[in-house]
Design a protein around this ligand. Structure first.
Ligand code: SF4
Ligand code: SF4
Length: 120
């Protein structure tokens, strides 16, 4: 079965994704590509596309609610690692639920995870 995040993507188009500059290139050669970030405050960067009114991260590819992927998955910053899908680890995730609601998607339920063996 498909991981529910792969046909969602709502949280990549719902919140400002901000992190310390040390998570991005060139400071971290394996980090977020420099051309995908903006400086918002001293020492704080944000994913381009997430720091304005019409939020959609520049790294998100595909159509929200249908089929999506993160084009820098292995290089994504810490807020993206930290945001968990609801019930993926057995607990509700208010951020996940809020993001999905913003995009007209129902919250995930525990049974969504039945049969999904691979975490992303
Ligand atoms: S964490 Fe939640 S909002 Fe984000 S992509 Fe996964 S299901 Fe969608
Ligand atoms: S970097 Fe990837 S996981 Fe993070 S908000 Fe952008 S598209 Fe989503």
């Amino acid at each position: 079965m498909k991981h529910p995040c792969l046909d969602c993507g709502a949280c990549c188009a719902a919140f400002r994704v901000a992190f310390y500059w040390t998570e991005a290139q060139p400071e971290n050669p394996l980090g977020v590509p420099a051309e995908m970030v903006a400086t918002t405050r001293p020492n704080i960067l944000a994913m381009l596309g997430t720091d304005g009114p019409d939020i959609r991260c520049v790294a998100l590819k595909g159509k929200i609610g249908e089929q999506v992927y993160c084009s820098i998955y292995s290089q994504r910053p810490s807020p993206c690692h930290d945001l968990k899908a609801s019930y993926e680890n057995g607990e509700i995730s208010p951020q996940c639920d809020r993001a999905r609601e913003k995009h007209g998607l129902a919250p995930l339920t525990p049974d969504v995870w039945l049969g999904i063996v691979e975490k992303i």
